[in-house]
Write a protein that binds this ligand. Structure first.
Ligand SMILES: O=C(CO)[C@@H](O)[C@H](O)CO
Length: 191
């Protein structure tokens, strides 16, 4: 990713958070990624780590229509994905999507704390205010169904270095940066 693009994305995310009255903490912990695929408009996510404690983590995320967070799972992290503004489309699988165990007709996923039957891989729209609870081992990908989306994440301990398992082996969790203008912010991955 070019530094100029990264600067612009952070301005855009910040403006969207402000429009929707989400105040960021002083010195926000930015984590912007193109998942190493070099096509931020198709595979991109802006994350701000609001709280990173040994026992729990909270993030605020921003994505535009057309931007997918590629299919992945976590071995240890249990997370709630919360739609804070807009509408979020998720696809969920009970096991790795390219295995037969991922193809059962339905499996149960808590929606706002109430178990819901979900078909593996089916588009699952999440309205603003709603949350899904993903236990370790549930594979998931998501993308806004609205022009933009603010997404919350509340989870157990977060370890982005070691606890992200992507289906596509070409995915890298952090972007490669090309310096073409001064940095507006420093990413967590740069510290
Ligand atoms: O877990 C999620 C989204 O499901 C994020 O917190 C990760 O950082 C994505 O890699």
């Amino acid at each position: 990713m070019k530094r100029s693009a990264l600067n612009q994305i952070c301005r855009e995310a910040q403006a969207c958070f402000t429009r929707h009255h989400w105040a960021l903490p002083p010195s926000p912990h930015w984590d912007v990624t193109d998942f190493g695929l070099g096509d931020f408009d198709r595979y991109g996510l802006v994350l701000v780590n609001l709280a990173t404690e040994p026992e729990y983590c909270e993030k605020l995320m921003y994505a535009r229509r057309g931007q997918t967070t590629p299919c992945h799972t976590h071995a240890r992290k249990k997370e709630d994905i919360i739609c804070r503004h807009g509408e979020l489309g998720l696809r969920l699988w009970p096991a790795r999507p390219d295995t037969t165990q991922a193809q059962p007709v339905t499996f149960a996923v808590p929606l706002n704390g109430v178990p819901l039957s979900v078909r593996g891989g089916e588009l699952f729209p999440l309205a603003a205010g709603s949350r899904v609870t993903l236990v370790p081992g549930v594979w998931h990908e998501f993308a806004p169904l609205s022009d933009d989306c603010i997404i919350g994440e509340v989870s157990t301990a977060n370890d982005d270095q070691h606890d992200n398992f992507f289906l596509n082996p070409a995915v890298g969790r952090f972007p490669r940066l090309e310096e073409d203008e001064p940095a507006l912010i420093r990413l967590l991955s740069e510290s």
